[in-house]
Design a protein around this ligand. Structure first.
Ligand code: KG4
Ligand code: ZN
Length: 334
C-alpha cells in the first residue's frame, strides 16, 4: 500500500510517500523560514498562503521523483492537528479533495503521533513498549507507548514547551527566528558557567516547567555587559539546564515504569547537547535510546505518511469531512 503523507501544521510544507512493505519511498520539504524570519516569527496568514502555493507542486514532485503515478497511491494521510488552523485547513482540504477525486481512503493524523513514530523510519527502529520524550515548539510530553494508539501521558509542560523556551530565550539574545538551532550554535562558543535552575526536578513527578528558565535568562542578560561572550555563555548555560532537566525526568520515567527503551523526537531532539546528555544517561542506566535522523526530528511529511499507514493497517479511515483541530490532546487518540 502506497500512502501519500501531507504535513502543513505550521511553517513547513512536507510531502512523502511511504509503502507499507517497502518503507519510505521519497519525501520532499519546503521550509518557510526565510519568509517568516523577516517578521521574527511565524505569521499564520502567510504560512497558510504559502502552503497553498507549495503543496500541489510538491505532491507532483514527490510522485515524479518516485516514478509513481497518482493511480499508484492507495491512501492519503494528512496532519489534522494540533497546529495553526489556516495551515491545517490547507493540508486537510487538499488531502480530502485528492482522496475524493482518486477514490481512495484518507486518514487524519495527529502531529505529535507523527513525531512519536518518526524513529520507526530508521533502520534501527524501536519495538513497543517504550517511553517517548516529545519535545517540539508547542509540546513537551513524556508518554508511555504500548503500541500504535496506546499512549499514556506520564508528564507534560505546565507552561512553555521546550522549543518555545529555546525560541524565546534566543530572541532575548538577539538571535533570529527560528531561535532553537541558532541558540544551539551560539552555545558552542560559550561555557555553561551560569547555574540556571533545573525546574521541578526537586519534587516528585514527571511534569515540566520551562517559563522560569526564560525569566532567569532575561535577568541574567540584563545583569551582564551583553558582550558576545556573555551571550554565548548564557546560551550554553540555558541549553545545559534544559538538557539536564529533560534527562532527569526521562531517567525518572524509566525507573518508574521499568521500561528499557527511550524514544526522543520532535524539533528540539535535533539538539546535540540534549542528544548527548540523554545518550549518556541511557548508557549508565543500560537502556536503549532512539532518535530520528535530524531531518525527521523537525516537521516533515515522512512521519505523517508513516503514522497514517500504520493507522490504515489497523483498519482506521475517515469520511470525507475536512477535519482540522488546532488543539487536540493526545489523550483523545486510541
Ligand atoms: O517539531 P518542530 O519542527 O515543530 C513543532 O511541532 O513545533 O519543532 C520546532 C521547534 C522550534 O522551537 C525550534 O526552535 C526547535 O524545535 N529546534 C531546536 C533545534 N532544532 C529545532 N531547538 C534546539 N536545538 C535545535 N538544534
Ligand atoms: Zn512538529
Amino acid at each position: 500500500m502506497y500512502v501519500l503523507g501531507i504535513e502543513t501544521s505550521c511553517d513547513e510544507t512536507g510531502v512523502a510517500i511511504y509503502h507499507s512493505k517497502k518503507g519510505l519511498i521519497n519525501h520532499v520539504l519546503h521550509s518557510q523560514i526565510d519568509m517568516h524570519s523577516e517578521y521574527g516569527g511565524v505569521v499564520p496568514e502567510l504560512a497558510s498562503r504559502d502552503h497553498i502555493r507549495k503543496l500541489v507542486p510538491l505532491i507532483k514532485q514527490t510522485l515524479n521523483e518516485s516514478h509513481l503515478l497518482q493511480s499508484d497511491i492507495n491512501a492519503i494521510a494528512y496532519t489534522a492537528g494540533p497546529g495553526l488552523m489556516g495551515a491545517l485547513l490547507v493540508g486537510a482540504a487538499t488531502a480530502q479533495s485528492l482522496a475524493w477525486t482518486w477514490q481512495i481512503p484518507s486518514i487524519a493524523v495527529h502531529h505529535m503521533e507523527g513525531h512519536l513514530l518518526a524513529p520507526m523510519l530508521e533502520d534501527n527502529a524501536p519495538t513497543f513498549p517504550f517511553i517517548a520524550l516529545l519535545i517540539s515548539g508547542g509540546h513537551t510530553l513524556l508518554v508511555k507507548v504500548e503500541g500504535i494508539g496506546k499512549y499514556e501521558l506520564l508528564g507534560q509542560s505546565l507552561d512553555d514547551a521546550a522549543g518555545e523556551a529555546f525560541d524565546k530565550t534566543a530572541k532575548m539574545l538577539d538571535l533570529e527566528y527560528p531561535g532553537g538551532p541558532k541558540l544551539s550554535a551560539l552555545a558552542t562558543q560559550g561555557q555553561a558557567l551560569i547555574k540556571f535552575p533545573r525546574p521541578m526536578t526537586d519534587r516528585p513527578g514527571l511534569d515540566f516547567s520551562f517559563s522560569g528558565l526564560k525569566t532567569f535568562a532575561l535577568n541574567t542578560i540584563n545583569a551582564s555587559e551583553k558582550t558576545n561572550q556573555d551571550k554565548a555563555d548564557i546560551a550554553a548555560s540555558f541549553q545545559e539546564a534544559v538538557a539536564d532537566t529533560l534527562t532527569i525526568k526521562c531517567k525518572r520515567a524509566i525507573q518508574q515504569t521499568g521500561l528499557k527503551k527511550l524514544v526522543v523526537a520532535g524539533g528540539v531532539s535535533a539538539n546535540h547537547q540534549i542528544r548527548f546528555c540523554l545518550s549518556e544517561m541511557a548508557k549508565k542506566e543500560q537502556i536503549e535510546i532512539y532518535f530520528p535522523r535530524p531531518e525527521f526530528c523537525t516537521d516533515n511529511g515522512a512521519m505523517i505518511a508513516y503514522a497514517g499507514c500504520q493507522r490504515l493497517l489497523y483498519g482506521s479511515q475517515q469520511g470525507l469531512e475536512i477535519y482540522a483541530r488546532p488543539r487536540w490532546p493526545m489523550s483523545e487518540l486510541n
